[in-house]
Design a protein around this ligand. Structure first.
Ligand SMILES: NC(=O)c1ccc[n+]([C@@H]2O[C@H](COP(=O)([O-])OP(=O)(O)OC[C@H]3O[C@@H](n4cnc5c(N)ncnc54)[C@H](OP(=O)(O)O)[C@@H]3O)[C@@H](O)[C@H]2O)c1
Length: 394
């Protein structure tokens, strides 16, 4: 499209696509994109590439082909006005003589919220706020959650058949969904800073839990090869049953891994101590998080938040699914539904355990997105109400 035929919406859509190129590397910062337009032409564009590097606005100014005086900047998130790892973007906007700023998302960070807009207006700049806010907000649910709660944004994800099974009666689950849906999952592993599986899944599937998607799309639709961000791997394993010849243990020097157990640190037998030493030598950190003989998922979430992990992808299985919902740690749910039926009362489902007794104790969700991916359907929900809230108090 010729630049001069582009509208505010087109420029902001381009800024959104630029922002998305930072996937996986900006955490715990947001993904942000910016486009600078003068006389109907794009003269600069940029995005936040990685936490610690230039913010989107400064990245766009750096690549500017000409003087930006009098130009409009489209930015997916309110420009920051405080000194962090980088100087304030509002100052750069003023220094470059920008005349108009079009902003998508509001920044809930108390250090910025509304203050960035105020600063720009005080300097005589026209500011448009909430422009395509919903579309821009979709880039950063993780950032919005983490900056306000200091706890990771938790996504529970599973692949199931039309009859709601995540494995056959023998525990086989490779593969329920098609290759394209599985590629989509690798994109998720790149996006979230940690990934969790229960020991049941490790014993039955021997997964790697790494990210094998090394492609990102530029705003013109060109595929670029990049080093994928690898999430921290978290295994929930009360009695440290994890096999030392499992794919996870064997690759723990390459991919950061923690195993959360339910032992008390000062009460382990010599045998367990030896296993902890061997796991440690293999590159694994063992966390002690006992709650009645099982791993305390609430404590685990707090640990992740305190250690800078802003997001967690839970990849099952059914026991962990139930525990996570009952612990009230889930924010978002992604269900890939494959056009298959396994049948079998013994076949695994996404949420097992005891479940709830009464209908009004159910976890409730709001549908926020639906996509057809190959022959499968991806349904996405935000949690509205947790499951059986009394569980953790009983
Ligand atoms: N289709 C999919 O999307 C998908 C995804 C993942 C898994 N799966 C399938 O799911 C099956 C495994 O599911 P699963 O339910 O047997 O295993 P799981 O949920 O992966 O792990 C459950 C185990 O985690 C341990 N655990 C530690 N703390 C816990 C806590 N607070 N709450 C609950 N469990 C805790 C328990 O063993 P300890 O007490 O010994 O620690 C428990 O038995 C496999 O067949 C796998 O193929 C399918």
């Amino acid at each position: 499209m010729a630049d001069n035929m582009m509208t505010d919406k087109d420029y902001m859509e381009r800024a959104i696509k630029l922002a998305a190129m930072g996937i996986g590397w900006t955490n715990p910062n947001p993904m942000v994109g910016a486009v600078i337009v003068k006389d109907g032409r794009i003269i600069g564009e940029g995005y936040h590439h990685k936490c610690g590097l230039l913010h989107a606005e400064r990245d766009a100014f750096e690549g500017c082909k000409e003087d930006a005086k009098g130009a409009t900047i489209y930015v997916t998130l309110e420009p920051c006005c405080h000194h962090g790892k980088q100087p304030p973007c509002t100052e750069a906007i003023v220094e470059h003589g920008i005349a108009r700023v079009v902003i998508g998302s509001r920044d809930p960070n108390p250090l910025v919220s509304g203050k960035g807009v105020e600063f720009l207006r005080q300097h005589g700049i026209e500011v448009v706020t909430d422009f395509m806010r919903q579309e821009c907000d979709k880039l950063n649910p993780v950032f919005f959650h983490y900056i306000t709660t200091k706890k990771p944004y938790v996504v529970m994800k599973y692949a199931m058949t039309l009859d709601g099974k995540i494995a056959t009666r023998t525990g086989a689950s490779k593969w329920i969904t098609s290759q394209v849906a599985r590629d989509h999952v690798h994109m998720l592993r790149k996006k979230y800073s940690a990934i969790l599986a229960g020991i049941g899944t490790v014993l039955s599937d021997d997964p790697m839990l790494n990210c094998r998607n090394d492609k990102i799309e530029d705003p013109d639709g060109k595929l670029l090869t990049v080093e994928p961000h690898q999430p921290l791997r978290v295994v929930v394993d009360s009695k440290l049953r994890i096999p030392e010849d499992s794919a996870i243990v064997k690759t723990s020097k390459e991919y950061k891994t923690v195993v959360a157990c339910a032992y008390e640190e000062d009460q382990v037998t010599d045998e367990v101590k030896d296993k902890i030493i061997r796991l440690h030598d293999a590159g694994i950190e063992v966390l002690f998080m006992n709650h009645d003989g099982k791993v305390d998922l609430v404590k685990l979430i707090e640990w992740l938040g305190e250690h800078g992990y802003d997001s967690l992808l839970i990849e099952g299985g059914g026991s962990i699914g139930e525990a996570a919902l009952k612990a009230g740690i889930v924010n978002h749910l992604m269900a890939y539904v494959a056009p298959k039926i396994f049948g079998g009362s013994q076949a695994k489902s996404p949420v097992e355990g005891y479940g709830v007794e009464l209908v009004d104790q159910a976890a409730e969700f709001k549908l926020v997105d639906k996509k057809i991916i190959g022959e499968d359907i991806l349904l996405e929900y935000d949690l509205v109400k947790g499951m059986n809230d009394v569980y953790w108090n009983s």
